[in-house]
Design a protein. Structure first.
Length: 398
């Protein structure tokens, strides 16, 4: 009888499984038993919560975000809190008071903050960039310092060496440091104001001058394509580059093109806003339909003969081509442009050819900066773009 009761209690406590937790998608509360529950938000974030009674008062304690806190971790934490509650203690509050008194470091504040933020990042590359910038520029200076004591002068010491030398990186680093301090203030680990306030004013904004991607003049595009076809490089690379030019797509979009996105019969390439495996596909996060010219379709048929996999233009070992692979083709040709610059070349050609601005902008998948106008405009000028892309292809073919 005792064994049966123990088994029944175990089942009542451990209702979830690690596999089930990983597969849950719908927003809601999922009980594991004994007050432990998994909360799945509309955004897809999964966090552990424990409800228990301490000194006759019903309270709720957060245990962390899945997958950083696994099901087993959540159960262990729950048992520790329940044990303390039976003795009339709030173990989590005691731990937080101890942590505040000893001083939460900047690195610890980052880890608390990023456990939640990483759930909002759709691209694995962006997750890696957060870690890289912190380890390279921030942690060597601020990592071990109590987040409550860091001053604006210390933030300046992180940014001054890169503010003008690496302006884009410096802006990102400042933005990320500021977010971590905001989080520390919200979590009561810092009482003073955010030390990033006024940093931009102090260092100046000259570093923000926009540098556009170097572009090949539109008059030189046909010659580049003729030269490209003769280059002794992997066929998939040459086909991917020409396809990029003909479709006016971004490098990541062409390199990540999947056969499941291609409709050869209707001659359309539908790029989803995001992909479950690779994260964000379009910069805007919105679906973009690209009409395929006759030459673009021919390239796809040639690519299909070369490879029979998920990717249209695979590199070595079936992985996507790297951005540097395409850039190297231009450097080897002695050109200063970038693959992205062909979008500028197309835009200049379209202007010279008398193409309406809204049509060429739609071809480039640019969002309308006028939000009101964008809200009322439902068309993406697909019919006109079919003709436009064929004309562009004819021009590129020389």
């Amino acid at each position: 009888m005792g064994d049966a009761a123990t088994k029944s209690r175990t089942r009542a406590l451990n209702r979830l499984s690690a596999v089930k937790v990983s597969k849950l998608k719908d927003a809601g509360l999922y009980e594991d038993g004994g007050g432990l529950r998994l909360v799945v938000t509309e955004a897809g974030t999964k966090r552990w919560v424990l409800r228990l009674t301490i000194n006759r008062r019903r309270v709720e304690r957060g245990l962390g975000v899945w997958p950083l806190v696994s099901l087993d971790d959540a159960r262990r934490k729950s048992e520790d809190l329940r044990r303390a509650a039976r003795d009339g203690r709030d173990a989590q509050s005691d731990a937080k008071r101890t942590q505040r008194s000893t001083g939460v470091t900047f690195r610890q504040a980052y880890e608390d903050f990023f456990a939640v933020r990483r759930q909002q990042l759709s691209n694995g590359k962006h997750v890696a960039q957060w870690s890289t910038t912190m380890e390279t520029y921030v942690f060597p200076v601020l990592g071990r310092r109590p987040v409550a004591e860091i001053t604006a002068a210390e933030v300046l010491s992180v940014l001054e060496p890169i503010w003008f030398a690496k302006p884009e990186t410096a802006s990102r680093v400042l933005q990320r440091i500021k977010a971590i301090f905001d989080s520390a203030i919200l979590r009561c680990n810092r009482e003073r104001a955010n030390p990033c306030i006024g940093v931009t004013r102090e260092l100046g904004t000259e570093h923000r001058k926009v540098t556009h991607h170097a572009a090949l003049p539109w008059q030189d595009v046909p010659g580049f394509v003729r030269d490209l076809r003769q280059r002794p490089v992997m066929s998939a690379t040459k086909l991917a580059f020409e396809f990029l030019i003909l479709t006016t797509s971004r490098s990541s979009e062409s390199r990540g093109a999947l056969w499941s996105e291609i409709d050869l019969e209707r001659r359309l390439w539908t790029i989803p806003g995001s992909d479950a495996d690779t994260g964000r596909r379009m910069k805007s996060g919105e679906e973009h339909v690209v009409p395929l010219s006759s030459r673009a379709v021919a390239i796809l048929h040639e690519a299909r003969r070369l490879h029979d996999g998920r990717l249209v233009f695979p590199g070595t070992r079936g992985q996507p081509l790297s951005d540097n692979t395409l850039s190297k083709l231009m450097r080897d040709a002695g050109l200063a442009g970038t693959p992205h610059g062909f979008r500028s070349a197309f835009k200049d050609w379209a202007s010279e050819a008398g193409v309406r601005d809204e049509v060429s902008e739609a071809a480039l998948a640019h969002s309308d900066p006028d939000k009101v106008r964008a809200a009322y405009r439902r068309t993406r000028f697909l019919r006109e773009r079919v003709e436009l892309m064929e004309k562009w292809s004819t021009y590129v073919e020389g």
